[in-house]
Design a protein around this ligand. Sequence first.
Ligand SMILES: NC(=O)c1ccc[n+]([C@@H]2O[C@H](COP(=O)([O-])OP(=O)(O)OC[C@H]3O[C@@H](n4cnc5c(N)ncnc54)[C@H](OP(=O)(O)O)[C@@H]3O)[C@@H](O)[C@H]2O)c1
Length: 289
Amino acid sequence: MEIPVKKLRNGFAMPAYGFGTWQMGGRERRDTENDDEADIAAMRAAMDRGVTAFDTAEIYAEGYSETLLGKAIAGRDRARLLISSKASAAHMRYDDILAACEASLARVGTEYFDLYLLHRHVPDVPLQESMRALDTLVARGLVRAIGVCNFSTASLAEARAKASNPIVYNQVHYNLEFRECEADGLLRYCEDNDVLLAAWRPVQKGLILEDPPKIVYDLAEKYGKSYAQIALNWLVSQRNVVTLSKTRHVGHLEENLGALGWTMDAEDIELLRSGYPDRRFVSDVVPLG
Ligand SMILES: NC(=O)c1ccc[n+]([C@@H]2O[C@H](COP(=O)([O-])OP(=O)(O)OC[C@H]3O[C@@H](n4cnc5c(N)ncnc54)[C@H](OP(=O)(O)O)[C@@H]3O)[C@@H](O)[C@H]2O)c1
């Protein structure tokens, strides 16, 4: 299928749905018992069904997720793919970011990243220094666009002020249940300032699909869609929001892709925004992934 694309005013564009690689090849550590072929097959199944955006990070399975992604994309048309990776919190210094990016490129086996991100804000390294490194990567042609993850509105504003290139993307925990970015103004800030907000953990690892509240049940009935499709469609129905999910199962993948290409009525989007019960915040949690 053709995945709908979100385009910023500054020209940066990316598919509304991408494939995440957290838990592929391991978690924080590489898992030598991992079924690598299953992970590679899952990524190829996604490409076969039109997924072009893939998200990884140097810390995923100690870089091994990147290696698996490299194996999955081997032989594919690189120009059609949008690959993002991230410098870890331990690598926010100028030289460390350059070295981290080059190591990630080597593991993925690509000459450039479409998007390169800071994995999180580290207060003891001046953002000016990290942004200078991202600008250098763009100048050297190793990176096409730059962004951040888990940045607050204030840190994102500072990053935008310090970088020469536009910050096109902030990847944060956002789903029907976790609404921090609405409450703290980040979502509005991204809309107002031409930044895509990428929602990670969109189905809360499947947990929000188990016994969902009546409001989701009713909308699933109304649209003839599954709970996952309602959860994902709600995210990408919002103007500046894209999302990324990880799945090893073709059934889940196809279900998730069925969340795209249709729109919920505006009042239902708003109903889910304001009427979903038990909304939670994640400010005190150090995110995994
Ligand atoms: N920047 C950050 O700090 C950060 C943090 C976390 C994640 N991320 C990125 O965001 C991506 C997405 O996050 P995530 O992987 O945690 O999100 P997620 O898609 O909400 O969770 C993945 C889990 O949900 C299950 N799942 C997916 N679709 C499903 C469906 N339709 N029905 C039931 N279960 C389903 C998958 O199981 P199966 O494999 O069994 O299908 C998998 O275990 C990550 O892979 C990573 O690339 C970034």
